[in-house]
Design a protein around this ligand. Sequence first.
Ligand SMILES: Cc1cc2nc3c(=O)[nH]c(=O)nc-3n(C[C@H](O)[C@H](O)[C@H](O)COP(=O)(O)O)c2cc1C
Length: 205
Amino acid sequence: MMKIKLPQQETENSISLESAFRKRETKREYLDTPISLTKLSQILFAAQGRRGNDNKLTAPSAQGQYPISTYIVVNKVSGLTPGLYQFDNSDHSLVEMKTGLISEQLEEAALGEQAWVGNAAAIVVLAGNIQSMNQHFSEQPPLNKRGERYNYIEVGAIVQNMQLQGTALDIGMVLVGGFNNDKVKTILSLPTELEPSALVCMGNI
Ligand SMILES: Cc1cc2nc3c(=O)[nH]c(=O)nc-3n(C[C@H](O)[C@H](O)[C@H](O)COP(=O)(O)O)c2cc1C
């Protein structure tokens, strides 16, 4: 299993959070250029990075269950072979899962015509262990639904972090929530317990 250490993330950036809120918008058209590994690193930190020496991440999680696994479909990222990677936040690295052009297959899993899935330089796939969340929160009504709700609430918080970070770095993004779950699972060979919950397509703008 090949591990790729990601560049050290920045702790400061020139754009204020307030101006990022004003600038943030969905971008579905990207330049045909690779995004830098440094920018991808920063966006993954915003998504699910470990913020310090405790176990806490950059996004909240219901009872600290951390149900989300973060995968990256790489199309054009400088220094990376196109393929599928998993983000390991324990040492801020990528684990290579398989190589090949996967984004074109993913486009076919999207609901309706979504060319930006095929054209994106990278797609972050957030996949949640909904089964374990439903189990963990089985004392909380509605039965077998509360855990799933928490999963998707967490995905929302993660994607907002990513999009604000993307805005600061001039990386355009679209949150794609409309896709065929089974197809995405098959294309990425995800473990059965993981449910793809959001695709975040990105590229230079
Ligand atoms: C839950 C959710 C699902 C979405 N799914 C898609 C999608 O499948 N395809 C797409 O192109 N945009 C999708 N979007 C992006 C919205 O279309 C976009 O946020 C909306 O048009 C508002 O534009 P703005 O983000 O620029 O403010 C989704 C957004 C959310 C919050």
